[in-house]
Design a protein. Structure first.
Length: 450
């Protein structure tokens, strides 16, 4: 990993500059946050977890420099600062003028919660709730340092490419090419470009440039999706593209069009190309099987073992009356974790396991039988003779085709909860639909900086 160059990113405090002429005189934002409310925030936490400040330290600070006049002056300076940067929002916002919450707290010698409280009240007085959420998301996002560094690097790259507009647009990479170049998701690149253009050219001109550079030319042969690539993509998911090359080539904007696909189970469906390529959409009839497959990929990667669909008869030698006809989506009886051997099974439960009516069960009785079978498997797994760790992901709990990249964390969590053992698996994996396999997750700082 390359060493971070501090000179490349100037100290934000040195860029702090307020034009006093823009400040409305004799106006102070009322704020009832007083020294008694001072609290400390553990900055390593993603959510606020407050702990009392040491009492003697607090009293010393209060006596030395934390009178009401201090907070009164801080409110005035914060008010002037926010007036200056939000004067023309959302246009002409200079990101180099935006100080983080921590830097504002350090600059004005107050706590981070004080700054957050003041900011919320300031924005609430001047903007609608929707505008308030947008401002906080745009100017003080909760993103990681990695993404902030990537964004700054990307803006430097984008600045050079934009010089090709309007004379040589073909030299400007597509959204997906940019995403691959920076190693982030396509939607992230789109968001960054829109913010950059808005800041540099204003709302009207930015919309025109985005449309001419990226939207209009999606139908151009230089950047458009190739039929062969789409065909291979679908083949990798064990499907067949029914739409002909002639039909595909006649599409002006392919990503927005619908195509005909038949899946490996011989179900025909008509998805939008965009959803197939970038949103993991697949055959609605086979949706549950897709999530089951993804679960198996993660299970086999995490535990370094094969997890085949197995009947309880084969797993435990049970008769039909004892439940031998029931099946695990995946099972292995010799999984080694930290020197111990475990029996581990997994189940992916679609909505039909928990919600009635559904598209599987034709009657209430069938639905109740499904739930009884699920419970019976849990009971059998818990018996001392079989003692099986059951990893169960349920669609009703939010585990679906749109959240497949959260499966890994849940599997590790459930294993730890049932065994008390933290599985020594230190790779962060994502599903790659182009290869129908798992790969190291995009976004690592090491990958980006090389």
């Amino acid at each position: 990993m390359k060493e971070h160059n501090d000179n490349e990113y100037k100290d934000e405090e040195n860029k702090f500059d307020i034009n006093n002429e823009d400040v409305i005189e004799n106006y102070y934002l009322e704020n009832d946050f007083e020294p008694e409310d001072e609290i400390r925030l553990d900055e390593s936490d993603s959510e606020f977890e407050f702990e009392p400040r040491d009492e003697r330290e607090y009293r010393s600070l209060k006596k030395s420099r934390r009178g009401k006049s201090h907070y009164h002056n801080v409110r005035k300076e914060l008010n002037e600062y926010l007036d200056s940067i939000l004067k023309n929002y959302p246009e002409n916002i200079r990101e180099d003028k935006i100080l983080s919450m921590n830097k504002l707290a350090n600059k004005f010698d107050v706590s981070k919660p004080f700054v957050i409280d003041f900011l919320n009240k300031y924005i609430k007085l001047r903007y609608t709730k929707q505008e308030m959420m947008r401002i906080k998301k745009d100017l003080w996002p909760q993103g990681s340092l990695v993404n902030k560094i990537k964004r700054e690097k990307f803006y430097q790259i984008l600045h050079e490419y934009i010089k090709n507009y309007p004379n040589d647009i073909s030299k400007i990479p597509s959204l997906q090419d940019f995403a691959d170049m920076i190693n982030v998701e396509r939607n992230t690149i789109t968001n960054w470009i829109e913010k950059y253009l808005l800041r540099e050219f204003g709302s009207e001109e930015s919309a025109i440039r985005f449309k001419e550079i990226w939207t209009n030319r999606q139908g151009g042969q230089d950047v458009r999706l190739k039929y062969e690539k789409l065909q291979n993509f679908i083949r990798n998911r064990r499907g067949t593209l029914l739409t002909s090359k002639e039909q595909f080539d006649s599409m002006k904007f392919p990503s927005q069009q619908h195509i005909e696909i038949v899946c490996e189970e011989n179900h025909t469906f008509s998805p939008q190309i965009l959803h197939i390529l970038y949103h993991n959409q697949w055959c609605p009839t086979c949706k549950e099987y897709f999530c089951q497959k993804i679960t198996r990929l993660y299970m086999e990667a995490i535990f370094d073992a094969e997890f085949s669909e197995t009947s309880l008869k084969n797993a435990y030698g049970l008769s039909a009356e004892e439940g031998g006809q029931l099946r695990w989506d995946g099972y292995n009886n010799k999984v080694s974790v930290k020197g111990e051997i475990f029996k581990i099974s997994f189940e992916y439960d679609g909505l039909q396991h928990d919600r009635w009516p559904n598209w599987i069960h034709k009657s209430w009785e069938d639905f109740k039988k499904q739930q009884e079978n699920d419970q019976k498997k849990n009971v059998i797994a818990g018996l001392s003779d079989y003692n099986t760790v059951v990893i169960r992901l349920k669609e009703i709990n939010g585990f679906n085709k749109k959240t497949i990249n959260t499966f890994q964390t849940e599997i590790l969590k459930q294993f730890n909860e049932q065994t008390g053992i933290k599985c020594p698996f230190n790779y962060d994996l994502d599903y790659d639909p182009f290869t129908d396999s798992l790969k190291l997750k995009k976004g690592g700082l090491d990958n980006f900086l090389g």
